[in-house]
Design a protein around this ligand. Structure first.
Ligand code: MLT
Length: 404
């Protein structure tokens, strides 16, 4: 008789955004006339920029001719895209990252779930609380945690780093030293950020203790303030302790196109073994490369036209973030984030629980958001709204909240 990976049974409920999707579908089925505004999952709504569409069309045409057809992509990514990434995302910011340290993938979600595979099962994992659920759930599935304690709302064997109002949502290195540390800045879900000096503290801590930081920088395009680092490699010493994950979803609207990349520097070693080589081995074995047409679209993100158009697209969502932030502030809500990120993190009114507020907002305002407690214990009493809706819907949602 076969057995199953029992670690999966440790996971309470379904994936956060699946649960929300189901709840909203049920509500819509029961109330088909209600015009729901979705500010829950961080999914973009604006169409692909013209430079991207043009690159896609061109690549599709190439695929239709024998002389320019492309089969399997190189498993680590096409050189043209890795080169564009190295030049624009790293060299231009003074970061020492070379093309062969960049691994192109089908998105940051897959990479952030898969990266744990190349580390030992006995590694202690640290995550922020609240946290994007993928980091934690993927380690639970792998068996790197103990059981889930319903009463405490956390897994045994995991180091949770609280990110609260008291510490301005900036995690402090824990006393108990973890081996794998997941950080995400600008942060999902709180929309808050870290300064370069604060990030340097983490890099020094990781180097001193032999830990690895898995740094999710998916929202870096939303940074508006000078002192906020766009990459962990802006910090001294990050090449020996940090992996960085990036996405094309939020800066270029690729949530439905799928493209991302991970940077693993050659200097990151464990007793002489190159972590970069392990990730290359994993990539080669389990992944057949992101599609040619999608990688050509990714290349267009870095063209002059692409950069100009995407700056406007990001500005469109940044304006939504300001609309939400200002409207809620005016109404007396306690609000965080939104300045360097497309997420607004608000305190629920009247001490409502996060799910209670979710139901209230859905029922009374027909607005979908994300309950803070879905991201961890410290998220209880908070709620996340995304700036990725249309401008019109964002304004309408704020009007509805005013009338609650
Ligand atoms: C979110 O809503 O937290 C994000 O859309 C999740 C993701 O990017 O996978």
């Amino acid at each position: 008789m076969f057995t199953i990976n029992e670690n999966y049974l440790k996971l309470p409920g379904s994936y956060l955004f699946s649960t929300i999707g189901k709840k909203v579908a049920e509500y819509q089925a029961a109330n088909p006339e209600k015009p729901i505004i979705r500010l829950g999952i961080g999914d973009v709504t604006q169409p692909l920029a013209p430079a991207i569409v043009e690159a896609l069309h061109k690549a599709v045409d190439e695929m239709g001719k024998a002389e320019s057809f492309h089969g399997y992509a190189p498993d680590l990514g096409y050189d043209f895209l890795r080169h564009a990434i190295a030049e624009n995302d790293y060299k231009a910011r003074g970061c020492d990252i070379s093309e062969d340290e960049i691994f192109v993938s089908d998105g940051a979600k897959s990479d952030s779930g898969n990266i744990q595979e190349i580390f030992g099962m006995d590694n202690r994992v640290a995550v922020c609380d609240p946290v994007y659920p993928v980091y934690l759930d993927s380690n639970v599935m792998a068996g790197r945690t103990g059981v889930y304690r319903e009463d405490k709302g956390c897994f045994d064997g995991v180091i949770y780093i609280p990110c609260t109002e008291e510490n301005h949502f900036v995690p402090e290195p824990p006393k108990e030293v973890p081996d794998l540390i997941y950080l995400c800045f600008p942060n999902n879900p709180t929309g808050t950020t870290i300064t370069k000096e604060q990030l340097q503290v983490w890099v020094d801590y990781a180097n001193k203790n032999g830990s690895v930081i898995i740094y999710d920088a998916a929202y870096e395009a939303y940074i508006t303030e000078e002192h906020v680092p766009h990459s962990i490699y802006e910090c001294e010493g990050a090449r020996t302790c940090a992996i960085e994950i990036r996405s094309f979803s939020k800066n270029a609207g690729f949530t439905g196109v799928r493209l991302g990349f991970t940077v693993v520097p050659k200097d990151l070693k464990c007793n002489g073994t190159s972590v970069r080589d392990l990730w290359a081995r994993r990539h080669g074995t389990k992944f057949n490369g992101a599609p040619y047409i999608v990688q050509r679209a990714g290349e267009a993100v870095y063209s002059e036209e692409g950069k100009k158009q995407l700056k406007e697209q990001v500005a469109y969502y940044q304006r939504n973030a300001r609309v939400i932030y200002d409207a809620l502030k005016d109404l007396g809500y306690t609000v965080y984030g939104g300045v360097n990120a497309p997420y607004i993190w608000l305190k629920t009114p009247d001490h409502m629980g996060s799910w209670e507020f979710f139901d209230y907002l859905l029922d009374k305002g027909n607005i979908v958001g994300t309950p803070g407690c879905g991201f961890g214990n410290c998220g209880e009493g908070y709620f996340r709204l995304t700036a990725f809706g249309s401008y019109e819907n964002t304004l309408e949602a704020m009007e509805r909240i005013k009338k609650l």
